[in-house]
Write a protein that binds this ligand. Structure first.
Ligand code: FUL
Length: 507
């Protein structure tokens, strides 16, 4: 029996490595059940009775689909919340508003796009429908839309055209929860309505790179609606196979909070099954929720039968609420005059270190104001952020151009020389995730007058656990000419694609 089990595992590992070798990086089907074109995204089912060691090795061979890999490389996604709530001063609307209340004076989509493009964002996701059901596009599905407002013009179209003209990718936030739709709560009728909305958005506005589905759904409002996720996901795949589905989607996972941080060790191969598979009760069975402190360590692998490539996305706003909106919600997402402060550079940099620096994408929200623009203060702050990254965290101090380290195994170390002795306090390290995420623990030392000494980690980088696509480690200032990285624990020999060190003077 044992022999047969080992043989079957060896065969699986062999077929996975052939699969990886036979395709370009990122084109891997994931080897364990991912469909071609990345739908559904890659996953691996563990053989019955596999030990945790065997599961960890298998999980280490799981790789993203091509579109998931491209998504991860973008690092920065901008969110724009704009809609009825902007005018009613609410966090959540009621669905009883009227289009006449939507009264922007100048919707300047070009200002949104150029501001965010200059700040380094690669894609913008616009709330084309929030929970109040008001649509920012011209739709056949309802009269509760911008078309019947004083503004009249199709904002989704203006936005998508402006993005494309400036070379930015396009995303839409379409709230599944709809407090205005008459069919909401009526089972298939609402799923038909929602599919019609999806069809409009995915056929009238050119390539859509990301569809973002929010999980908020308040059944206190008396209506219970079952979402037909399989139908939605199939439809998106049919209409726009390159589109990423996020949050209540299959390709990108909600990091579990709206405070701007990923986990210290953020795994992309996780035991948590995307809710959008509609597999009710699956995650409960294994005691997992999107908010858990751990979704991918050996403790999780031990108890689950399957591992999914489901990378984290951190959503937070550039504005912090300082007073409640008129519906008592402390709302960071929509613009509320005099009730929010723009985050400081220190706060934004902390968010950056705890999201992009922890193997997650940062989805940073910009509330557009009543007039229809990103306020000057917010635009100035994000410009400052970009300048700070350009000046301090872009050109590193290591001597060699090629810092890759393929096959870095347990207990192995590698030394990296700086161009000369320099003061440093940041290390950026990346794994080639097209081959999987593998490192569980690593450490950093520096040459201190001939002795190797461990760096003192900052609070932001409490532990040097996982790496993933990108890990940014902050530590106390040191002056040195050489650093040493040790891979303390890895699931399979790791593929380190780059390492570099920097000096961040202020944050
Ligand atoms: C939440 C929503 O309820 C908020 O209004 C906002 O859209 C945020 C991104 O997701 O769950």
């Amino acid at each position: 029996m044992r022999f047969l089990k080992i043989l079957s595992l060896l065969l699986i590992l062999f077929s996975l490595s052939c699969n990886n070798a036979a395709t370009n990086p990122g084109e891997s089907s994931g080897g364990g059940g991912g469909g071609s074109g990345g739908y559904p995204p890659p996953s691996i089912k563990f053989p019955d009775g596999a030990s945790v060691e065997e599961k960890a090795k298998l999980a280490a061979t799981l790789a993203p689909s091509e579109k998931q890999l491209n998504w991860q490389k973008m690092e920065l996604t901008a969110f724009i919340h704009y809609g009825m709530n902007t005018f009613t001063d609410r966090g959540w609307g009621t669905g009883t508003e009227t289009p006449s209340q939507f009264t922007p004076t100048k919707v300047d989509v070009n200002q949104w796009v150029s501001t965010l493009k200059e700040a380094g964002f690669k894609i913008i996701i616009l709330t084309v429908k929030h929970h109040d059901g008001f649509c920012l596009w011209h739709t056949e599905t309802t009269k509760h839309s911008v078309q019947y407002s004083p503004y009249q013009k199709d904002i989704a179209k203006e936005f998508a055209d402006a993005c494309r003209a400036q070379g930015m990718k396009v995303g839409f936030y379409l709230s599944p929860w709809d407090m205005n739709a008459e069919s909401y709560g009526k089972g298939q009728a609402y799923n038909d309505f929602f599919c019609q909305q999806l069809t409009e958005l995915l056929t009238k506005y050119g390539p859509v790179d990301e569809m973002w589905f929010d999980g908020a759904k308040d059944e206190k409002y008396g209506k219970v609606q079952e979402y037909d996720f399989t139908r939605w996901m199939d439809l998106i795949n049919e209409l726009q196979p390159n589109c990423i589905t996020a949050n209540l989607g299959l390709d990108a996972r909600w990091a579990g909070n709206e405070g701007g941080y990923a986990r210290d060790s953020e795994w992309s191969p996780v035991g948590f099954k995307p809710d959008a598979y509609g597999d009710k009760g699956y995650n409960e069975k294994y005691g997992l929720t999107a908010e858990d402190a751990d979704l991918g360590s050996r403790d999780v692998l031990r108890k689950v039968p399957e591992v999914f490539w489901f990378p984290a996305e951190v959503d937070v706003s550039i504005r912090t609420p300082t007073a409640p909106a008129s519906d008592s919600i402390y709302d960071q997402w929509f613009f509320h005059e005099g009730k929010q402060s723009v985050k400081t550079m220190q706060e934004i940099m902390n968010i950056y270190y705890k999201s992009v620096g922890r193997n997650a994408n940062l989805l940073l929200n910009f509330p557009v104001n009543k007039e229809g623009v990103i306020p000057t203060e917010d635009a100035a702050r994000i410009k400052e952020f970009k300048q700070y990254l350009d000046n301090n965290l872009t050109t590193g101090f290591l001597k060699d151009q090629d810092t890759s380290w393929i096959g870095a195994d347990n207990g192995q170390s590698k030394e990296y020389a700086l161009t000369s002795s320099k003061q440093i306090n940041v290390l950026i390290i990346q794994e080639d995730i097209s081959k999987g995420q593998r490192v569980e623990k690593f450490s950093i030392e520096y040459n201190n007058n001939g002795n190797w000494q461990a760096v003192t980690l900052s609070d932001i980088s409490k532990a040097t656990g996982t790496i993933g696509y990108k890990r940014i480690i902050k530590f106390s200032n040191i002056t040195t000419d050489k650093i040493r990285i040790t891979i303390n624990q890895t699931r399979l020999p790791a593929n380190i694609s780059s390492v570099n060190v920097y000096y961040s003077p202020t944050y």
